[in-house]
Design a protein around this ligand. Structure first.
Ligand SMILES: [Zn+2]
Length: 288
């Protein structure tokens, strides 16, 4: 009996000693296999990318279709991902007045006219209305119907706060812009004229959705009417089109008097997200 016990203990000892490490080894191998499989499946879903590409993709206004443009624009530049997106979405990687395309007028109140999008010489809105002298003080008194109605609504609301808001220049035809632009070029030269006046076809005034308000010069910024518009214009569907800190995007010097009708909903969003129409158009109109 005693020897039987000793043999039994011996077998037990040998078993534990020899087979336990072998089992452990098998377990480890299994674990390794599992990890390998996991990392393989992760690679398929989330390929390893350039950190800059990942940074671009995290940006709110990233447009997948523009990835190659973002990358070629940022090449050899010290520039943040958000600036690359802001600039490329606004077409700054293209040549002004050269790399252009026709404005998509089917988007109606959201049509974009700037140094990259133009209206043809025969474009004239078919719903222009004339603003009465209660709402108008200049020679170009026409605006598109919906824009004019909201302009009057805005002017009436301002009047309740003892603020006078009148259109000083609304719709301007292609031919009008030809004459205006040529006059400026004669006076200041082409390069200077391009910073403050649009070339024919490239003027937003041709849309019939734009109004220069009260005084067409920098002194307008010092008036109570300007401050009122800062707080309220978006409530009536109008945005300050060429803001101070966005000159590089819009391609125009800051114009405190130039407003653009985009509709109430869009104006509110543009106001809240602090966007230009260029940025809004790229991400929310063209991208959809
Ligand atoms: Zn203007």
């Amino acid at each position: 009996m005693k020897s039987f016990c000793i043999i039994f203990l011996l077998i037990l000892f040998v078993g534990v000693f020899f087979f336990y490490p072998y089992k452990k080894d098998l377990e480890n191998k299994e674990k390794e296999n599992h990890l390998e499989k996991n990392s393989q499946s992760q690679e398929v879903v989330n390929p390893q990318e350039d950190p800059f590409v990942l940074a671009l993709k995290k940006e709110k206004y990233y447009i997948e279709e523009y990835l190659h443009r973002y990358l070629s624009y940022s090449e050899n530049k010290e520039i943040s991902a958000s600036m690359v997106i802001q600039n490329v979405n606004s077409n700054l990687d293209k040549e002004k007045y050269l790399d252009t395309e026709k404005t998509d007028i089917s988007v109606d109140n959201l049509m974009l006219v700037n140094k990259y999008y133009y209206l043809t010489d025969d474009f004239e809105p078919d719903d222009l209305v004339v603003l009465s002298s209660k709402y108008n003080s200049g020679a170009n008194s026409k605006m598109r119907k919906e824009a004019a109605e909201h302009f009057m609504e805005m002017s009436d609301a301002a009047l309740l706060d003892n603020i006078s808001i009148k259109n000083a220049s609304g719709y301007r035809s292609y031919q009008y812009q030809v004459d205006l632009y040529n006059r400026y070029v004669e006076r200041d030269g082409k390069e200077a004229a391009d910073t403050y006046s649009a070339r024919p076809g490239y003027s937003e005034h041709q849309t019939g959705l734009t109004s220069d308000i009260n005084i067409i010069d920098d002194s307008f910024e010092k008036t109570a009417a300007f401050r009122w518009l800062q707080d309220n214009s978006y409530k009536y569907g109008f945005i300050l089109r060429f803001p101070k800190d966005k000159e590089h995007i819009t391609g125009y010097k800051y114009e405190s008097w130039h407003y653009r009708y985009v509709g109430k909903k869009v104006a509110k969003q543009i106001h809240e997200e602090d966007l230009t129409l260029e940025e809004y158009y790229a991400f929310y109109v063209r991208n959809k």
